[in-house]
Design a protein around this ligand. Sequence first.
Ligand SMILES: Cc1cc2nc3c(=O)[nH]c(=O)nc-3n(C[C@H](O)[C@H](O)[C@H](O)COP(=O)(O)OP(=O)(O)OC[C@H]3O[C@@H](n4cnc5c(N)ncnc54)[C@H](O)[C@@H]3O)c2cc1C
Length: 371
Amino acid sequence: METFDHIVVGGGAMGAATAWQLASRGHSVALIEQFGIAHDKGSSHGAVRIFRYAYRNPMYSELAVETLPLWRELEAESGVQLLEQIGNVDHGVERSIREIAESLEHLNRPYQLLNRDQAEERWPGMKFAEHAIFSPDGGRVAADETVRVLYRRVEELGGTIFLNLRVEDIEILGDIATVVTAEGTFRTKSVVVAAGAWVEKLVGGTVDLPPLTVDLGQPTHFTPLPEFADENLWPSFIHHAVEEDVKSVVSGGAYGMFTPGLGVKIGKEQTGHFVDPDNRDFSLIESWLQDTKEYAREWFPGVDVESATAVTCLFTNTPNTDFILDRQGPLTVASPCSGHGFKFVPKIGQIVADLASGSEQTNPAWKFRKN
Ligand SMILES: Cc1cc2nc3c(=O)[nH]c(=O)nc-3n(C[C@H](O)[C@H](O)[C@H](O)COP(=O)(O)OP(=O)(O)OC[C@H]3O[C@@H](n4cnc5c(N)ncnc54)[C@H](O)[C@@H]3O)c2cc1C
């Protein structure tokens, strides 16, 4: 039976980042992924994701600030640019904008408050609600490219990668985990499960996860009209459309950014379409596509609405959008999704590698329900 210091199950962005961190520390690591590198069946695929410090919840603003140097470190060691700080703008419900300003103030980060007229003058391809805030620290991070870079670094650092290999079961006996696959069984003192939408299936019976839903997402790209083709006209954006106590990412509105080569990505909040990640078709939901086009017609005068092209992806959501990053015995679980995990990828890798190496989770927001 093959043994490793650490086995990471799930090679999306979070598993790959964890394997990178563990391999960087000189541990023997296996990364096991049921599909290929940067596949399109989970949560990490696509060209770009929003990077931002602009959170209503200051805990995540702080985490984003701590993540920036690690993005730069990953870029330096790989020679690939992954994060562009082109700025991000949030607009909508006054309370959300105020809370974001408070988070940025608390961290001493620059921001600018704008009213509707000021925002529309600055970014004429978009319409804005009355209250807006611009954060120059925000921007976009390359998604597929990050996953590829992480795999490359894991390999260069001596990690072992298994692709197209599904983990069927994880058996825990004392401080040893046995990882069962169709091609053999592995033993380890530390198994990290970063299985995205599959996390509940794999370890829901072993640790007490918060209630999770796996929701379909259908982000849509629109070609900018010729007079709005300059990408400097498009900051990353979030529209907070309704007032919510849960500091969720989109709050009934939409998020997006300019994606080089693809156009302006708009992800509208569309909820309640729960899926089984092993049994779904990849066809688009036509009513959602129409809904996103209607939204673009109202809020994005700078795009060609009829150019809409959509893709599907999976959101694994906790009720309050917090992450699950915790360890019980030899099992560590990394489930940082709820639609906002990507910006933290290298930092999550570091946090999860610390947990897998024996640290306790001290942040109550990220713990299992019982320990
Ligand atoms: C549409 C969309 C837009 C988003 N936008 C943003 C954004 O703008 N900014 C931001 O910060 N975040 C964003 N996010 C969130 C971010 O993308 C996720 O937090 C992140 O990609 C989650 O990565 P993951 O590794 O946990 O999951 P995944 O990428 O799904 O990886 C899990 C992996 O585990 C593998 N796996 C599962 N079970 C097994 C098994 N039994 N054996 C082997 N392998 C297994 C799967 O195949 C998969 O590759 C967005 C998410 C979505 C879906």
